[in-house]
Design a protein around this ligand. Structure first.
Ligand SMILES: NC(=O)c1ccc[n+]([C@@H]2O[C@H](COP(=O)([O-])OP(=O)(O)OC[C@H]3O[C@@H](n4cnc5c(N)ncnc54)[C@H](OP(=O)(O)O)[C@@H]3O)[C@@H](O)[C@H]2O)c1
Length: 288
């Protein structure tokens, strides 16, 4: 695979393209002894075309944003930067100030996509007002939400600026398919791409359960791939799902990028459905 090959994009409601495969950063920047290798991993991912980087003011209380700022310092224009505001900061004034702090840490003057990390007590109308102001001032290009179930999306979408919500970033992987029942159809009907977090199963116990399942292992060996790659390929077969695996090991970064080239067959999908059945009823949105 040529190193400069581009990652496919999907469209946000604003018409701006968003890469369908990016890089997460949760837990990065927390351990100084790993700083060098984490920056190197992100830069390797950028070299391989995974230009979307997902972070949050919450991660390491700003440490992840600072690390990202360093990793992208000489290549900001080629990066699609996503960060998130804490719910308790998401007031009219608080979000504007939090965004300014994020911009400082990220060493940039704009954020591509700014998300409300989860729903808190601040009225959504206030947060949306702040997001619109930030957009008018050019500090953010698009805005969206995270960890919103359908009822939250319904409510958010009717307020001023609610029709411009660009994405909902939620837990979605083979072992957590609840959103297929209602949230995905809801977003799809409005052409809102979903960002799938923890795509390979954040925690090691869950990862073992998901990636160690015999069906996924058999499919992986048929494709000369790893189970993690099958988990990613399963998400990425849907054109409007954006996956953001976090990888600090270079071999994981390379594997994740290569997952985009794997085409699962109808038979593979059937076997995966057997191992990880789709929902047959409403399941309240799960989150980490
Ligand atoms: N909005 C939210 O509330 C929310 C919540 C959770 C996550 N997120 C975002 O989504 C990103 C991804 O989610 P996550 O970090 O929870 O989980 P994840 O990306 O599913 O899993 C990360 C773990 O998987 C390992 N890994 C990565 N690629 C692998 C591969 N090819 N094979 C085997 N193991 C692999 C990583 O190891 P190494 O690091 O050692 O390579 C790390 O231990 C986060 O980093 C964050 O940016 C958002």
């Amino acid at each position: 695979m040529p190193i400069s090959s581009e990652v496919r994009t999907t469209l946000l409601p604003s018409g701006r393209p968003i890469p369908v495969l990016g890089q997460g950063t949760w837990t990065m920047g927390e351990d100084p002894s790993r700083r060098h290798s984490e920056i190197a991993a992100l830069r390797l991912g950028l070299d391989l075309g995974m230009t979307l980087i997902d972070t949050a003011e919450m991660y390491g209380e700003g440490a992840a944003e600072e690390l990202v700022g360093e990793a992208i310092a000489d290549r900001r224009e080629g990066v699609f930067l996503v960060t998130k505001v804490y719910p308790h900061n998401a007031t009219r004034r608080g979000a504007v100030e939090a965004c300014a702090r994020s911009l400082r840490r990220l060493k940039t003057n704009y954020i591509d996509l700014y998300l409300l990390h989860w729903r808190g007590d601040v009225p959504l109308t206030e947060t949306l007002e702040a997001f619109q102001l930030l957009k008018e001032k050019g500090r953010i290009r698009d805005y969206g939400v995270s960890n919103f179930d359908v009822d939250d999306m319904e409510e958010a979408s009717v307020g001023r600026g609610g029709d411009k919500i660009a994405t909902d970033q939620v837990l979605y992987n083979l072992a957590h398919r609840g959103i297929e029942w209602d949230l995905i159809p809801w977003c799809r009907a409005r052409r809102i791409p979903i960002m799938a977090y923890s795509p390979v199963g954040h925690r090691s116990a869950e990862q073992k359960r998901m990636l160690g399942h015999p069906n996924i292992r058999t499919i992986a060996s048929r494709h000369d791939a790893t189970p993690a790659q099958v988990a990613l390929a399963w998400l990425l077969r849907q054109p409007d799902i954006v996956a953001i695996p976090k990888a600090s090991r270079p071999e994981h970064v390379r594997e994740n990028r290569a997952a985009l080239e794997i085409e699962l067959t109808a038979g593979d999908i059937k076997e995966l459905d057997k191992a990880f059945p789709p929902p047959d009823r409403k399941i309240p949105l799960e989150m980490l």
